[in-house]
Design a protein around this ligand. Structure first.
Ligand SMILES: [Mg+2]
Ligand SMILES: [Zn+2]
Length: 162
């Protein structure tokens, strides 16, 4: 079995200061300390799996193609520094438009990853800046770390990497 860090995108990996939705590559800016933190997780043997709500798609504010462009930028910025994201799952739905099981606080996307990669829940974490992230992690039996939006998460890494 593998262990994984499930991690929210906006407000954790990248800054969402001044934006409700991030859907333009130029607005995607990595948060302070995230590179070192992700490197430390990888070094400790964790898979890195992004779990993101992108309800702006259902609301018609941007498209899945926009999401993919932002994800390409995220992958490229991280690849440049030697970090490979193992998978990115996002929910394009919004409760105002259609109900689904993959929008956090629901946990279908986490469960898909657990099943696909044979992940040990008891050794894995969900890191997020919203209570929805934490609820989704708890629903899948993960350990959780709630941070304030856009903080440097380096001070929390030791709690996870022991
Ligand atoms: Mg967030
Ligand atoms: Zn969904």
């Amino acid at each position: 079995m593998q262990k994984a860090i499930f991690i929210d995108r906006d407000g954790v990996i990248n800054s969402d200061v001044g934006h409700y939705y991030i859907y333009k590559p130029e607005d995607f800016i990595l948060n302070e300390g995230i590179i070192d933190s992700l490197k430390a997780f990888k070094k400790a043997g964790f898979m890195l799996i992004v779990i993101s709500n992108q309800g702006g798609v259902d609301k018609g504010q941007y498209s899945c193609e926009d999401v993919e462009k932002v994800h390409l930028k995220m992958r490229n910025l991280l690849t440049e520094v030697g970090i490979t994201l193992d998978e990115i799952y996002y929910c394009p739905h919004h409760n105002d438009v259609q109900k689904c099981l993959c929008r956090k606080p629901l946990n279908l996307n986490i469960e898909k990853a657990i099943s696909r990669f044979d992940i040990d829940r008891t050794q894995s974490w969900m890191i997020g800046d919203s209570l929805r992230d934490i609820a989704a992690g708890e629903a899948s039996g993960l350990k959780t770390l709630k941070i304030e939006s856009n903080v440097d998460i380096r001070p929390f890494v030791d709690r996870i990497v022991k």
